[in-house]
Design a protein around this ligand. Structure first.
Ligand SMILES: [Zn+2]
Length: 271
């Protein structure tokens, strides 16, 4: 790669990262305010301990937290590293997604997957904290599914591994969510919440049938392992499945179709 091209790519990725952490700071607002029904666009943020309004120059994502060494400027109370983690995670994921889907070739898919990952970050942390999955976030994922359908159907872009047919998407909406609905009804909501059902329906629209089944399988495996570990460590019975489903959906958005094909080949369903 020629040097000026390398510098150009580097500048683009730095901007994508900065954009990612800015969106990440909005995700923090969603994670903390969606469960309480507070407005998402109300400007002023307050310190959770002393209530002091956080100055605008202290609201720079990631950097402010690092400069203040994770402490409130007025009272010195520790500010959860979670804010910084969510912001940097979103920034890093945006960069990785844009590297994976070369921004020169598949910009639309890259943008949609970035937005999907952001929504999944909100699902992950909010469900972890509250055992709730916001319907707004699920609707947002469904909207991304519709946009990805348009991307494929109008042939705006053709990706090697992620394009699926409308039929696959429609079956995908029900493939996992129906099973979860049955489990939810049978367990009276103890093993599974209605939020998980809606989440997998929206994910099915985005992913198509093969990848949404892969997402569920990944969610099931990681969730079971995490569940055992969490129970050992905390001894608590509170366990949310949503975080692990979102992990599965994220992985399946990139590799779901390939993973499903590998599985089908091993089991002899396809050659
Ligand atoms: Zn304070």
């Amino acid at each position: 790669m020629p040097v000026n091209e390398l510098v150009y790519s580097l500048i683009v990725y730095v901007f994508i990262f900065l954009f990612g952490i800015t969106i990440g700071s909005f995700l923090n607002v969603c994670i903390y305010r969606l469960p309480t029904g507070e407005s998402l666009i109300k400007r002023n943020s307050h310190c959770m301990t002393c209530g002091a309004e956080i100055k605008r120059y202290d609201l720079i994502p990631v950097f402010s937290w690092l400069i203040l060494r994770g402490k409130c400027r007025s009272c010195g109370a520790p500010i959860s590293p979670r804010y910084c983690v969510v912001e940097s995670l979103n920034g890093i994921l945006y960069v990785l997604v844009f590297m994976y889907y070369d921004f020169m070739y598949y910009p639309l898919r890259a943008i949609l997957v970035c937005l999907l990952f952001s929504a999944l970050i909100v699902v992950f942390f909010m469900d972890w904290d509250t055992q709730l999955i916001s319907n707004y976030v699920v609707l947002f994922i469904a909207l991304l599914g519709i946009l990805d359908t348009l991307r494929c159907q109008l042939e705006l872009e053709t990706t090697p591994n992620n394009d699926v047919t409308i039929v696959s998407r429609i079956i995908g909406i029900f493939a996992v969510s129906l099973i979860l609905l049955i489990i939810e009804l049978a367990s009276k909501g103890r093993a599974m919440g209605r939020g998980d059902v809606y989440l997998m329906a929206a994910a099915g629209l985005f992913l198509g049938v093969k990848a949404v089944v892969a997402a569920f399988a990944i969610g099931l495996v990681t969730g079971s392992v995490a569940g055992i570990i969490i129970k050992k460590v905390t001894g608590g019975s509170k366990f949310a499945f949503g975080p692990w489903l979102s992990l599965g959906i994220a992985a399946a958005a990139i590799w779901g179709n390939q993973l499903a094909d590998i599985y089908l080949r091993i089991t002899g369903f396809i050659r």
